[in-house]
Design a protein around this ligand. Structure first.
Ligand code: PMP
Length: 360
């Protein structure tokens, strides 16, 4: 069999490891921050109606500008946004890739504060750019002053701020976004994949968009909307920023079926988002129970909890796996990460963990 080393692969890709969260068919899968609630039945029927209409026209290419979908996202996001300020892709991973293709690339750098979402370095390196990791302070927080100082020193072409941060769940103040924007020469992305799970009173970085043409806020339907399998992510930015992304996207990158499904799901956003409150309840229940078991859960504004005090993360991960519960070892020493599930999944996780034993 041919090995990768024998192929004329780009030198800068040699030695890299692809994204590879385990996909194991276990009864309780709480490892990739999905919404574990299925799409509500009435909404599923409405989405299917629209897909079946779209299917009758799949002999033609879809609307390259996905106009109806962009209007749906503008309405959903509010903040006076207009469809000219909206972009979308097959997951926010693709949206981030478009940004990096347009603004990073060979000889350029992309920057973020680690530990953060593991795809940022991979997506950056995929465009030929160099990933530079900045440092966080206590409990993974970042102060505006430290963030601005680190960004000014690194002088990157792209900054990605994950808010709330994956895999730690840490909130990020808008003062940090403002300070980083002022300190940066390049574009600044705020990845709000988990924003719907933050307290309702927490303002989105969308409020900072006016007058900041180098700022973009990315979101996804994979988490709050329970739409991970449909692959839909989106962003809001200045119309000129959106024009830059048109230079790198593939023609017709959003299929007619994806556009129909996402537009119908957005029309039902009220029902789709009812699950968010329940997930937040389970997340907080998980944190409290983890503390009760002697673990050290970090504050989370997302749909998952990172917890410390795990003396043998690999062993605990395996013991849970053997009990039918899949969580995530994100490679942070003494820590594991778990997604908030339904009430019964959360109970299954907590019972399994209690049976493994308390923290050392
Ligand atoms: N950003 C963050 C912070 C994430 O955690 C994820 C998924 N885990 C994504 C982006 C990508 O999500 P998707 O491509 O499904 O929209």
């Amino acid at each position: 069999m041919t090995s990768l080393d024998e192929l004329p692969l780009r030198d800068d890709l040699r030695g890299l490891t692809p994204y590879g969260a385990p996909q194991a068919p276990l009864p309780v899968a709480l490892n990739v921050n999905e919404n574990t609630h299925p799409v509500p039945e009435g909404v599923a029927r409405d989405i299917l109606d629209d897909i079946s209409v779209a299917l009758r026209e799949v002999n033609r290419y879809p609307d390259r500008e996905f106009t109806a979908l962009r209007e749906g996202f503008a309405r959903y996001l509010g903040h006076g946004l207009d469809r000219d300020q909206i972009w979308a892709g097959n997951g926010s991973n693709e949206v981030l890739q478009h940004i990096l293709q347009a603004f990073a690339g060979p000889g350029r750098t992309a920057f973020g504060f680690g530990p953060t979402y593991s795809m940022y370095p991979l997506l950056s390196q995929g465009t030929g750019a160099r990933w530079v990791a900045g440092a966080r302070g206590d409990d993974y927080r970042i102060s505006a002053a430290s963030a601005a100082e680190q960004v000014a020193r690194a002088d990157p072409d792209v900054v990605i701020l994950c808010a709330p941060n994956n895999p730690t769940g840490t909130p990020l103040g808008l003062d940090v976004v403002e300070a980083v924007y002022d300190a940066a020469r390049g574009v600044v992305i705020v990845d709000e994949a988990y924003q719907e799970f933050a307290p309702r009173t927490a303002p989105s970085a969308l409020t900072l968009l006016p007058g900041r043409p180098r700022l973009a806020i990315s979101r996804t339907m994979s988490k709050a909307f329970a739409f991970a399998g449909a692959r839909v992510g989106y962003l809001a930015a200045d119309p000129a920023f959106i024009d830059a992304l048109r230079l790198v996207r593939l023609p017709y990158h959003l299929s007619a079926l994806t556009q129909a499904a996402a537009t119908a799901a957005l029309r039902n956003s009220g029902t789709m988002l009812q699950m968010v409150d329940e997930i937040v309840v389970q997340r907080d229940r998980m944190s409290a129970a983890l503390s009760g078991l002697g673990y050290l859960p970090h504050e989370s504004w997302s749909n998952f909890v990172l917890f410390g005090g795990v003396s043998d993360p690999r062993g605990v991960w395996q013991a849970l796996y053997d009990r039918g519960v899949l969580i995530r070892d994100v490679g942070i020493p003494d820590h594991l990460r778990v997604t908030a599930g339904t009430e019964s999944e959360t109970t299954a996780f907590l019972d399994a963990l209690a049976s493994v034993g308390s923290a050392a």
